[in-house]
Write a protein that binds this ligand. Structure first.
Ligand SMILES: C[S@@+](CC[C@H](N)C(=O)[O-])C[C@H]1O[C@@H](n2cnc3c(N)ncnc32)[C@H](O)[C@@H]1O
Length: 321
């Protein structure tokens, strides 16, 4: 995940486990350490304001302070990051300085940049995100690319979140594929619905609340899921951006991290067409356990695929023909 530290060997790998020994205790400055008075003053040039912001962000242990300071300045100025060079020597007016000050103070509390911007890029599309949905991770692209490697017509996404997986699959098979996406709350479904519209696939998708398959009908030739797979015991190890800001129900099953796979596997045979594919994202050490669960549910042809860092990331399984 860009914007968070890279993970260690725990399931938190994709979710930015904070690797620094000192990070856990003091990563997030208490609110009393975030000054009430402005730290960004009007009249500073963009460059000078970025320098000030970087030192405050670094002091709050933000992992990539220079990058975040520039992205947030662009946001405060209402321009794209690509346009920043043209404005960076201009002095900030009072409104821009106030806006930038507010954004930097939010980031000092380790609020993810994507939440502050309200959006995240995933596979060349922009997805709305909020505190209700998981910020889609670059690692999840592995699952999407594998799904796209074979044709599909009818797709089910269990645990839709922003819709990054399902909506990308439908947008890239426009006119061919339709799909269903389910999640646990109205707030999640609203974000996904917005994203379905912006991806231009609203007509092709049905989005509703369901506890996994509970309200799902019909059969699918492709079922995908990136379920919550962090064990409850690992939650304290996560980077503050994830642990304190992402929805807990998107991260952990409150158990050993395998609960969602067990629950989903129980019903796969009912909803997957013969020869249909099931693809799920996993934590880096869960491949054997998840393969065992899926084999136990009658699936075969199991494959484990790694992400660009060489960590096991996706399990592919097939329903017998
Ligand atoms: C790791 S997030 C994945 C979100 C999105 N698919 C992505 O990859 O960015 C897991 C999602 O599963 C949802 N979820 C958790 N338990 C669920 C359940 N019992 N039924 C349906 N969805 C569930 C969470 O709300 C969350 O949106």
């Amino acid at each position: 995940m860009s914007g968070t530290p890279e993970g260690g060997p725990s399931q938190g790998g994709a979710f930015g486990r904070d690797p620094r020994p000192e990070a856990k205790a003091d990563a997030v400055p208490p609110l009393r350490d975030i000054p009430m008075q402005p730290i960004i003053k009007p009249g500073l040039t963009g460059n000078a304001a970025v320098s000030v912001a970087v030192s405050w962000l670094a002091g709050a242990h933000v992992p990539a302070p220079a990058r975040d300071a520039r992205v947030l300045l662009a946001q405060a100025l209402g321009i794209s990051s690509g346009q920043l060079a043209a404005y960076i020597l201009d002095p900030l007016n009072a409104d821009a300085a106030r806006a930038y000050d507010g954004l930097i103070k939010r980031r000092m509390q380790r609020e993810p940049v994507s939440h502050i911007l309200g959006q995240r890029h995933f596979m060349n599309r922009t997805f709305r995100v909020s505190s209700a949905v998981l910020d889609p991770r670059p690692e999840t692209e592995v699952l999407v690319r594998l799904a796209k490697a074979e044709p599909y017509r009818r797709v089910l996404d269990l645990g839709l979140g922003s819709g990054a997986i399902l909506l990308t699959l439908l947008a890239d098979a426009r006119g061919v594929a339709t799909g269903v996406g389910v999640d646990t709350s109205e707030a999640v479904c609203e974000v996904a619905h917005y994203n379905a519209q912006s991806c231009g696939v609203l007509e092709a998708v049905d989005i509703f609340i369901s506890n996994w398959f509970e309200w799902v009908e019909g059969r699918f030739d492709l079922i995908v899921s990136n379920p919550p797979y962090i064990a409850a015991a690992e939650m304290p190890e996560l980077a503050p951006e994830v642990r304190d800001w992402e929805p807990r129900g998107a991260l952990t099953d409150e158990g050993d991290g395998l609960g969602a796979y067990r629950a989903i596997a129980r019903d796969l045979a009912t909803y997957l067409e013969p020869a249909g594919r099931f693809l799920c994202e996993i934590g880096p050490t869960q491949a054997d356990a998840v393969c065992g669960i899926l084999e136990g549910a009658g699936l075969s042809g199991l494959e484990v695929h790694a992400d660009l860092d060489g960590r096991d990331r996706v399990v592919l399984a097939r329903m017998p023909a």
